[in-house]
Write a new protein. Structure first.
Length: 323
């Protein structure tokens, strides 16, 4: 694709611009194209709000949002083509923020973009060995520890067995979350992870969970490192489950289940804050401003005790940073 930069992303976000943008930026303004992948497709309202307010606070900038509905590299290519084609005359000053797909290895593409002079900023899911310029995301180790502590506090001192459902741990985010949960639970001798299920296909993994719960009906809790617990396949299995559910998830379905009392606790990451900071950083880099990379955003533990307070903030402004 001559003269254009194709970007496809895996639960990451990329921000890039073509060389020589300073003079054109002054003439034409700044544009940020946001490609939203399947994982975030139901939260485009938050993404739109956060990026728009970031531009307003910055003092200039326009956001263009498009959604990719399937985990297909060609779909990302078409989305990127569309953004650049519609912005043909100003392509050299357009940045891209892309997120919501964790299933494609884009390290070669990221390295290529960096080599050709395009700063690359990732959000939501990091690729630290990709030579990316910066990362905007949550502290996944803190998220895992936070969930592990919530399980331990709920379990008390009696002996408990739990099931851990993780994503593919070849991905850094899943590896960090799962490792932190395991490490935190090991500090509590009364809690044992009796079964680990790797969620590569929700239908098959939900069936594996169903079969195991039939064999071991005394499982105290099901712990999930992702939001797949709230897909129809898992919800059907968990409808008759009498134990507790803990998850790292920020989807509308997850929050609804917590509100209804079907979930004991969620660790929620600040999507608004990530998009706001990524957009702000994109705009600054488009002007060649020298700024420090953002620090990881602290997630929030949400339970029935603070769900009402949480919903007043969620998706409307940055969550309070608590240590």
């Amino acid at each position: 694709m001559k003269g254009k930069l194709f970007v496809a992303l895996v639960g990451l976000a990329m921000v890039c611009f073509a060389g020589g943008c300073n003079n054109k930026a002054k003439q034409s303004g700044l544009k940020v194209g946001i490609i939203v992948g399947p994982e975030l497709a139901k939260q485009t309202d938050i993404i739109e709000r956060a990026s728009r307010i970031a531009c307003s606070d910055f003092g200039q900038g326009q956001v263009i949002i498009t959604t990719v509905k399937s985990y297909d590299e060609k779909e990302y290519k078409r989305a990127a083509d569309k953004l650049f084609n519609e912005n043909e005359s100003n392509a050299s000053i357009m940045g891209l923020v892309i997120g919501g797909n964790r299933k494609v290895d884009l390290r070669p593409m990221i390295r290529s973009a960096v080599i050709t002079g395009h700063p690359v900023i990732l959000f939501s899911c990091d690729e630290p060995d990709s030579k990316r310029d910066a990362f905007v995301g949550a502290d996944e180790i803190v998220a895992g520890k936070m969930l592990g502590k919530a399980v331990a506090a709920s379990a008390g001192t009696s002996t408990k067995v739990v099931v851990l459902i993780t994503g593919d741990e070849k991905y850094l985010v899943q590896r960090q979350r799962a490792s932190a949960i395991r490490g935190q639970l090991k500090l509590n001798a009364n809690i044992s992870i009796i079964k680990t299920i790797v969620n590569k296909d929700s239908k098959q993994s939900a069936k594996a969970l169903e079969n195991f719960l039939k064999q071991m009906p005394n499982v105290y809790a099901v712990i999930s490192t992702g939001a797949w617990m709230f897909t129809p396949e898992y919800q059907k299995v968990l409808a008759s489950y009498k134990g507790k559910i803990f998850a790292i998830a920020n989807t509308p379905e997850a929050i609804k289940n917590l509100k209804l009392g079907k979930v004991q606790a969620l660790v929620v990451e600040d999507l608004y804050g990530q998009v706001y900071d990524a957009t702000d950083l994109c705009l600054k880099r488009l002007q060649n401003q020298v700024v420090e990379n953002p620090k990881p955003l602290t997630p929030m533990l949400v339970t029935s005790d603070n769900i009402d307070e949480f919903q007043k903030v969620w998706g409307k402004r940055k969550m309070k940073r608590e240590k």
